[in-house]
Design a protein around this ligand. Structure first.
Ligand code: FE2
Ligand code: FE2
Length: 152
């Protein structure tokens, strides 16, 4: 079984995306360690998480006009479709299929995050910061200048 643990390598540098990814790791881990009697409840939480996670990234892509958004949004839609199909199977007692999907999600996530989510974060941060890096540099220089003590 593949497992996922939260670590700094998973950080992308956007507060809400990172918080959502931290939650992904938490809910998938809980679903993986659930026994059969609690799997339906844990899986429902995972499904709710995926819905919110993908919707918030899709919204970010739409609002920021992220150019290659279609491929990223299509991947979200495909994963969510499978997750809903598996929920229907789980309702009929197919526990094994549900566990297989959770395992696949754990394998899928790092690649999706590194390739697609990181490109989105890069795009959004670049737009959000705009000309600000210059302002930050100026304030650092200003402070360094003020704090500097020149020898007499
Ligand atoms: Fe994500
Ligand atoms: Fe994504």
């Amino acid at each position: 079984m593949n497992t996922l643990h939260w670590n700094d390598d998973l950080l992308l540098g956007h507060p809400s995306v990172d918080a959502m990814h931290n939650e992904f790791v938490e809910v998938t881990s809980e679903a993986q360690s659930a026994d059969d009697s609690e799997l339906a409840q844990k899986y429902a939480r995972l499904l709710d998480h995926l819905t919110r996670h993908f919707a918030s990234e899709d919204r970010m892509m739409e609002e920021s006009g992220f150019p290659p958004r279609q491929c990223h949004m299509d991947e979200h839609a495909a994963v969510l479709k499978s997750a809903h199909e598996v929920a229907a199977k789980l309702a009929t007692g197919d526990v094994a299929l549900c566990r297989r999907l959770i395992d696949e999600l754990v394998k899928w996530f790092p690649k999706h995050s590194q390739h697609l989510d990181s490109a989105l974060v890069h795009w959004v941060n670049k737009q959000r910061l705009g000309g600000k890096p210059v302002v930050i540099k100026r304030s650092i220089l200003g402070r360094a200048h003020t704090d500097m003590t020149l020898p007499a």
